[in-house]
Design a protein. Structure first.
Length: 154
């Protein structure tokens, strides 16, 4: 009797571990995508009138085409992508939190790009506790434009 109860509890924890591990894998894939997209977008920030549009388009381009970055072990396209831009806070090298905007009116001075992506992680065993088919998993990265290169800030 004790063995049956213990085995049931162990199987329940193993099942929960599978769903949680799958969410961590998906989050890791999304993080790799946002890191690459933010760096690629930051390279486009040159202060020109079309810089933010080019940055947004180049970041989104990583999710399409024959070499697209995907999630769920490379089987599903990343479609929920957003990009926003910020200016530098003084000479500190960090973004000014009050200047984050998706569509800057004047792109001059915007040196930071934040790319966010999310995906619905399918739930198999966690449905026992929560009657949903999926749970939202998200990742975000911030990159800064330097003179000739870009670097991740967050």
């Amino acid at each position: 009797m004790i063995t049956c109860v213990a085995l049931t509890i162990l199987l329940a924890f193993a099942a929960l571990g599978i769903d949680i591990a799958r969410m961590y894998v998906i989050q890791s894939e999304l993080q790799a995508f946002t890191d690459a997209a933010a760096l690629r977008g930051a390279l486009e920030l040159d202060g020109g009138a079309e810089a933010c549009r080019r940055a947004r388009d180049s970041a989104a381009a990583l999710a399409s085409g024959p070499r697209a970055m995907k999630w769920d072990l490379g089987t599903k396209s990343i479609s929920d992508i957003s990009a926003s831009f910020a200016r530098e806070s003084g000479a500190s090298g960090i973004p000014d939190a009050s200047t984050w905007t998706a569509v800057p009116h004047d792109p001059a001075g915007y040196r930071f790009v934040r790319v966010e992506a999310s995906a619905p992680a399918p739930l198999v065993f966690l449905r026992i506790f929560e009657p949903r088919d999926s749970s939202k998993v998200a990742a975000a990265s911030v990159a800064a434009k330097l003179r000739d290169t870009a670097r991740l800030v967050e």
